[in-house]
Design a protein. Structure first.
Length: 473
C-alpha cells in the first residue's frame, strides 16, 4: 500500500437532469480532489469558513497530481490524486533514507552507491544509484529495534540491465524479487512486512553491471506503510494529524441572509404528510413516535396525526445553524480509502473517518470488532453497523441516514457502496441527535492512513436510487 498516484476506475455519469435535481437538495459538498466546497444551491457564502491543519513537521510528504513527492507546507492539507491524506503519528527507523552512499549506515558488498539521481521529488541528485560491480552484490542497513511488526518500503527504478533485483528485511534470510515491477520510466514502491526484532534491510542485485535508482528507504513499526518520511543521520517522526483538519460552515450567506431554519404555520389537526420534516411544538409524551417530545424533529411516514395536544410545524428549510453542521435528519456520504486492511487493526479498534464531535465515535468510522470488519455510525447512545472486511487502497462510498421513522420509531442506518450500489446494514434506534461539535472533523483518531475524496451532506432522506445516481466507486 503506497497511497501514491493510482489509476481510478471508470465511474457511471449521472444524467444532467438528475444531477441538477440532487444539487437542489444539497446542503454541503467538499471534493478534495478538486479543492472545492459548495453550500446548498441558492446560497453562496462570502467565505468558506476555516480550513486548518495543525501540521508543522518537515518530515511530512505527499504525492501530488503529477506523481511527484512534495514536502507539505506547514498547516496545509496534503491533497493527493485520490483526495486529502490524513495520518496518525509515524516514525522512519531507517537512516539516510535517500543517500545510499554513506558507508557508516549502508554496508556494501560488490555494489557502488552514489547520490547522483533525480529523486521522486524531481530534484537532481536527491536520490541514489546502486551499481552491481559483481554478481549478487548487496547493500544492507542494520537496525536495532524491539520485536514488533515492521514494514520496509523503498522506491526503486531500473537504470540499466534486465537481471533480478531483490529486497530483504531479514539480512537475506528471505529475498523478494521485484524485477517484474520495475521500469526505467517510473518509480515502484516495494514493500515487505514481518514481525521481528532488529530488521536488516536492503538490496541484492543479482547480475553484475545492472544498475538501479533508489529513494526513500523506510522502516516503520506498523503492519502497513504510510507516507514517506525523509531521514538523515537520525530517525525522524511525523506527528499525528488526528482531529485537526476541520471545516466550519459559515452561517451567513454573501447576500446577508441567514442560513437558518424556516418553519411553517403550526399544525394542530389532520394527518401529516409522508416524507416531510416536522418540528414538534406540543406533545404530551410519545404522541408522534416512541419517546417523542417537544423540540424534536422527525420525517413523517404519513400515519401520524396532529390535534390540540399534539402539534407540529413543517420545516421548510431543513438546516438550523444552531445545531452545528448536521440538520435534524440527513443523508451524509463520504468517499474514503483506508491505507490498511480491516484485520490490520487490533480487536476492538476504531478509526474515525468523519466526525461532528470531538470523538472518533461519531458520524462514520471503520472498526474491527468481534473479528469482523465494519463501518459504523454512533449517535452518542446507539450504533448502526454495516459489515465489510474492508481492504487497503480500496475506494468505498460510506453513507449514514438518520432521523427517519420506521414503525413509529426514529431510526438511523449505515450503508456502503463497493461499486454496485448502496447496501444497508441493520437500522438502529436513533436517539434524536448526534453529539454536535463546532467543526466537521475528518479522520478523527485515525488508526492508519486515510484518503478522503469527497464529503456530501443532504438535509433529506435520499432514496437508494438517488444515492446510487451520485456515483459508485
Amino acid at each position: 500500500m503506497s497511497l501514491a498516484l493510482r489509476s481510478r476506475s471508470h465511474r457511471r455519469r449521472t444524467p444532467r437532469y438528475l444531477r441538477e435535481k440532487l444539487e437542489e437538495k444539497l446542503l454541503f459538498s467538499c471534493d478534495f480532489r478538486r479543492g472545492t466546497i459548495v453550500p446548498q444551491k441558492g446560497y453562496r457564502f462570502s467565505s468558506v469558513g476555516s480550513f486548518t491543519l495543525d501540521q508543522t513537521d518537515d518530515a511530512v510528504t505527499y504525492i501530488d497530481g503529477s506523481g511527484v513527492m512534495q514536502v507539505a507546507v506547514d498547516n496545509t492539507a496534503r491533497i493527493q490524486p485520490n483526495g486529502v491524506l490524513l495520518e496518525p503519528a509515524g516514525e522512519n527507523l531507517a537512516l539516510r533514507s535517500r543517500d545510499f552512499s554513506v558507508g557508516a549506515v549502508w554496508s556494501v558488498t560488490n555494489i557502488t552507491g552514489l547520490k547522483d539521481q533525480t529523486g521522486l521529488d524531481g530534484v537532481v541528485n536527491s536520490a541514489s544509484s546502486l551499481l552491481a560491480t559483481a554478481g549478487n552484490g548487496t547493500i544492507l542497513q542494520t537496525l536495532t529495534e524491539a520485536n514488533a511488526e515492521h514494514t520496509f518500503t523503498v522506491d526503486v527504478k531500473r537504470i540499466t540491465g534486465t537481471g533480478n533485483i531483490e529486497i530483504t528485511d531479514d539480512n537475506g534470510g528471505t529475498w523478494t524479487d521485484i524485477k517484474a515491477s520495475l521500469s526505467t520510466t517510473g518509480w515502484y514502491r516495494a514493500e515487505i512486512t514481518r514481525t521481528q526484532a532488529n530488521p536488516i534491510v536492503g538490496f541484492r542485485i543479482v547480475t553484475s553491471g545492472d544498475k538501479i535508482a533508489v529513494d526513500n528507504a523506510q522502516v516503520e513499526q506498523a503492519a502497513f506503510p504510510s507516507s514517506r518520511i525523509i531521514t538523515g543521520a537520525a530517525k525522524v517522526s511525523r506527528v499525528t494529524e488526528s482531529a485537526i483538519l476541520k471545516y466550519t460552515l459559515p452561517t451567513t450567506a454573501s447576500g446577508g441572509a441567514l442560513f437558518a431554519e424556516t418553519l411553517g404555520a403550526e399544525i394542530s389537526s389532520g394527518t401529516l404528510t409522508r416524507g416531510l420534516l416536522y418540528n414538534i411544538t406540543a406533545d404530551t409524551g410519545g404522541d408522534f413516535y416512541v419517546g417523542s417530545a417537544v423540540g424534536e424533529y422527525f420525517v413523517s411516514d404519513g400515519t401520524e396525526t396532529a390535534d390540540g395536544n399534539s402539534k407540529v410545524k413543517n420545516v421548510t428549510n431543513a438546516y438550523n445553524s444552531g445545531t452545528g453542521l448536521l440538520p435534524p435528519h440527513a443523508t451524509v456520504m463520504a468517499w474514503v480509502r483506508f491505507g490498511f486492511d480491516f484485520d490490520d487493526m487490533p480487536d476492538p479498534t476504531s478509526s474515525g473517518a468523519l466526525s461532528v464531535s470531538n470523538s472518533s465515535n461519531s458520524t462514520l468510522k471503520s472498526r474491527l470488532s468481534g473479528g469482523f470488519g465494519r463501518f459504523q455510525s454512533f449517535d452518542a447512545t446507539n450504533t448502526a453497523d454495516v459489515l465489510l472486511d474492508f481492504a487497503a487502497d480500496t475506494l468505498y462510498k460510506l453513507v449514514v441516514q438518520y432521523g427517519y421513522l420506521t414503525s413509529n420509531v426514529l431510526q438511523f442506518r449505515t450503508g456502503i457502496d463497493t461499486g454496485s450500489g448502496i447496501s444497508w446494514g441493520t437500522a438502529a434506534t436513533y436517539d434524536g441527535s448526534y453529539t454536535i461539535g463546532t467543526d466537521l472533523i475528518l479522520a478523527h483518531t485515525p488508526f492508519g492512513p486515510i484518503e478522503i475524496e469527497k464529503v456530501q451532506i443532504y438535509p433529506h432522506i435520499l432514496s437508494d436510487a438517488e444515492i446510487n445516481a451520485l456515483g459508485s466507486p
